[in-house]
Design a protein around this ligand. Structure first.
Ligand SMILES: [Zn+2]
Length: 461
């Protein structure tokens, strides 16, 4: 018999392979951080001697989910402090920027860990960071300890308005990017690494856009930024350049198949065509669109993007716009929003939504041959969903129930890069009680330091 490190068994194994096979009474064999076999549990048990076996006949096994846009600093420790009736510009400039600015290095490290723990415990094993506010060294160190897979980057911008604490001119912004790509190109055996990460919107000069593009190409990484959640971005680009954002960025040579753009709600048909032509990926953040009133159900073109061949992944964004980082809940919204908006049940069927949360995310991350499905040769990133829960029973249609019934609460065990990071619903790498207590202390300290008022509306006594 062949020796393996881990055998993962399930009632159903949702492989997300090319033919989308779901294996009843299936198993996945893992050696080191790699999947070496996928098949019927009985066959694999005959073939392999496993040092450890997890799972069993009450679990649905899926690939780890991929969150293509999440703010792991700035937001997690201020979660929910920004009132939900705040207009977009006030939300960003009067609330978020001041809250981001008062974090210490230790708080950013803690913030990254809290975000990673929330993701892992709800089934996400890989994420693309929106941008670390300031302290990338500490954040990477904290993530390494937790064990999640991800791509990070201190975000840069060189145009006002921005708080003094992270004001940068163009040369400084380019230097930050250069350093992070050199220093964090590949960390923890490639589990973590840096991207060319910009804030986006109207915060970057043309020289910064070009430099960020060149650095991504030079270092063979991806590039990510926000664009056009609201009308502010297209109006700003038209006023400045006489062109809408995607057209301008395409002319600058920024767009390409290694670019992940977040939101893309307020885009026109010409921009959509350019996005399809250049092969960019879109991070669709449904919760933010709902909470910050982007109008995604009225003007969003996600169905048209998919029809045009644009890869659309799913993100949860920041915890003041999306107060949770549970990608299963975001996937549920992706499946539902356009069914209602277009009065068409064919929009984003459960299977399609789950593809976006796994394979689509993997493509966005430039990791299509490494993650996103359970196949031989891919990294061992797996999630075991516990069906001994009310929302999972009776289990009669796995894909429908994964998207429409279940959420991250049912996640029981998570394997990332071959390591069991969540076991029976609890983290194996960090002391959760200590983490949550530290997060509470930090959240109270940060909001106090910001000087921003507590806007809770109901009296508390
Ligand atoms: Zn964002």
């Amino acid at each position: 018999m062949e020796e393996i490190d881990l055998l993962v068994k399930g009632w159903y194994v949702v492989t997300m392979n090319a033919t989308r096979d779901i294996i009843r009474d299936g198993a996945v064999a893992v050696r080191g951080n790699e999947i070496v076999a996928v098949g019927k549990a009985a066959d694999l048990e005959e073939r392999f001697r496993a040092a450890r076996t997890v799972g069993g006949d009450r679990f649905v096994v899926t690939p780890g989910l991929v969150n293509t846009h999440i703010h792991i600093t700035g937001e997690p420790l201020t979660r929910g402090y920004v009132p939900d009736d705040t207009p977009f510009e006030e939300n960003v400039f009067m609330w978020l920027c001041p809250l981001y600015a008062v974090h210490t290095a230790e708080e950013e490290r803690l913030s990254g860990q809290l975000a990673a723990v929330e993701m892992l415990k709800s089934g996400t094993t890989t994420f693309l960071e929106a941008g670390t506010i300031r302290f990338l060294d500490e954040v990477v160190d904290g993530l390494d300890e937790v064990g999640i897979r991800g791509r990070v980057g201190r975000w840069v911008w060189d145009l006002p308005p921005e708080p003094d604490v992270y004001k940068q001119d163009t040369d400084q912004a380019i230097a930050f990017l250069q350093h992070q790509l050199e220093d964090f190109g590949s960390v923890a055996d490639g589990r973590l690494g840096a991207w060319s990460t910009l804030v986006g919107h109207t915060t970057c000069s043309d020289p910064l856009w070009r430099a960020a593009r060149e650095l991504a190409t030079e270092h063979g990484t991806g590039m990510s930024f926000h664009m056009s959640p609201a009308k502010l971005d297209p109006e700003g680009f038209v006023a400045e350049f006489g062109q809408r954002p995607m057209i301008h960025l395409a002319e600058l040579g920024v767009l390409g198949p290694d670019v992940a753009i977040t939101h893309c709600v307020q885009i026109d048909d010409q921009e959509l065509a350019v996005m399809a032509e250049t092969g960019v990926h879109v991070a669709h953040c449904p919760t933010t669109a709902l909470k910050v009133s982007y109008g995604i159900t009225q003007v969003g073109k996600m169905p048209e993007m998919v029809m045009a061949g644009i890869n659309v992944g799913i993100g949860t964004d920041g915890n003041n716009a999306s107060n949770y980082s549970d990608l299963m809940r975001a996937t549920y919204l992706v499946a539902g929003l356009f069914k209602d908006a277009r009065q068409d049940p064919q929009m984003f069927p459960a299977e399609r939504a789950f593809e976006m949360a796994t394979l689509g995310g993997a493509e966005t991350m430039q990791m299509g041959d490494e993650i996103g499905s359970l196949e031989v040769g891919k990294k061992a990133d797996l999630v075991l969903h516990d069906t001994e829960r009310p929302e999972w029973r009776p289990l009669l249609n796995v894909m429908n129930q994964l998207v429409w019934s279940a959420d991250g609460r049912g996640v029981h065990t998570v394997v990332c890069d071959g390591r069991v990071l969540v076991e029976d619903g609890a983290m194996t790498t960090v002391d959760e009680a200590a983490l949550y207590a530290a997060a509470q202390r930090a959240g109270e300290a940060i909001t106090t330091r910001s000087g921003l008022p507590d806007k809770s509306k109901f009296p508390i006594y």
